[in-house]
Ligand binder design. Structure first.
Ligand code: CP3
Length: 350
């Protein structure tokens, strides 16, 4: 078992910087596209053997140091009683958005074992077969709320922010229900064998720090406090997070995702060494020539290797663009991060 990923989450020294990629399983892989001819996204999630195969593929192909369970942030939302359709090239769509107190009151409590047994079966299968730690995950309350309240992907989150600013009680009740769901879901995932957990808050970067502190931070603190009792590292990814680093570092997460707009050394100094970081390559650099990818990666690693507690990843999820990122590029990048960081860390010790 490669444990450098878990050590880095705990800010312990490692021989090399560990690597994985957000959304490392998906359409850029010809094998995934082949499987998708026969199975929908939800078919894969509901079929533990296929889920095991899709989750393992990037580990075998890219040589990454962690696997992330193949699922989607909307899977437990369906189980709470909201009908979700995941539309290709669009994202999750909800025909009846959640906008009133009555809508929030109707949301059901999640029972993972009863309602999503296949998620736990997939984790159990993976635990027995993977050579690297498995990351379990859930969507974070703001990002989940944004899909539920808007009814689909959004640019400005008008209905979500309107609810947040206008109806404190309804907003808090929605945050409470989503917080409870996340604690239940991730606790079940860890019991089944997940070695770390990540919360995806892709759209919370749309908030100013004061609003983040007032409307989200209390819920995030409650969630991370509950998750910390599970004894596995917790990772919190927020998209476009430069302005939020200080409040995010107070959430109680062990590791923060870091986008490419803030250098690692600055992020560390602004958070006083409270957290480890995961990031922070611009995902679209993967479409540039190799020399540019290597230069940007070297710049990140020169700073990152100054202290323990860094996991190389993208600053946001892999862009599943057409033409797609070449899997060979990701394999070469993984090897480069390992080799270059090993030489830097080895040199530091002499
Ligand atoms: O390797 C992995 O990370 C796969 C597991 C995974 C998926 N979605 C599978 C998926 C994870 C961790 C997610 C998280 C997720 N889902 C997020 C947070 C991460 C991020 O990207 O910021 C969000 C915002 C969603 C909601 C969602 N689901 C979107 C925006 C999309 C893309 C729509 C599209 O077609 O481009 C989905 C669908 C989805 N989830 C796909 C996959 C592989 C594409 C489905 C397909 O066509 O096969």
């Amino acid at each position: 078992m490669t444990t450098s990923f878990l050590a880095a989450c705990r800010k312990q020294p490692t021989d090399a910087v560990p690597v994985w990629f957000m959304r490392q399983a998906g359409r850029y892989q010809p094998e995934y596209q082949e499987l998708r001819k026969r199975y929908s996204l939800m078919d894969i999630v509901r079929n533990p053997r296929v889920c095991q195969q899709v989750t393992s593929l990037p580990v075998e192909q890219l040589g990454v140091d962690a696997a992330i369970l193949f699922s989607d942030i909307m899977v437990p939302i369906e189980a709470m009683g909201v009908t979700v359709e995941i539309k290709e090239n669009v994202g999750p769509v909800i025909a009846s958005p959640i906008r009133s107190k009555a809508d929030v009151d109707k949301l059901r409590h999640l029972d993972t074992k009863q309602q999503l047994p296949y998620v736990l079966e997939s984790i159990e299968l993976l635990k027995g077969s993977l050579s690297v730690p498995l990351i379990g995950f859930a969507g974070a309350p703001f990002t989940l709320a944004s899909y539920m309240v808007e009814g689909g992907p959004s640019r400005n989150y008008v209905f979500t922010k309107q609810l947040m600013w206008s109806h404190d009680d309804v907003w808090q009740s929605l945050m409470d229900k989503l917080g409870d769901m996340i604690i239940e879901f991730l606790t079940a995932q860890v019991k089944a064998g997940a070695a770390a957990v990540q919360l995806f808050d892709s759209w919370a970067g749309s908030l100013a720090p004061a609003d983040y502190r007032r409307y989200l931070l209390p819920t995030m603190k409650r969630v991370f406090s509950a998750l910390s009792k599970l004894g596995v590292p917790t990772i919190y990814f927020v998209g476009t997070n430069g302005q939020l680093l200080e409040p995010l570092s107070e959430s109680g997460a062990d590791v923060l995702g870091l986008d490419w707009r803030v250098p690692v050394a600055e992020a560390r100094s602004r958070t006083s060494g409270r957290v480890a970081f995961q990031g922070n390559l611009d995902s679209t650099v993967l479409f540039a020539p190799w020399s540019v990818i290597e230069e940007k990666t070297r710049e990140i690693l020169d700073q990152a290797t100054m202290e323990p507690g860094f996991i190389f990843n993208l600053g946001q999820s892999l862009v599943h663009h057409t033409p797609p990122v070449n899997p060979d590029t990701l394999r070469r990048l993984t090897e480069f991060v390992h080799d270059y960081s090993r030489s830097r860390l080895g040199a530091g010790r002499n």
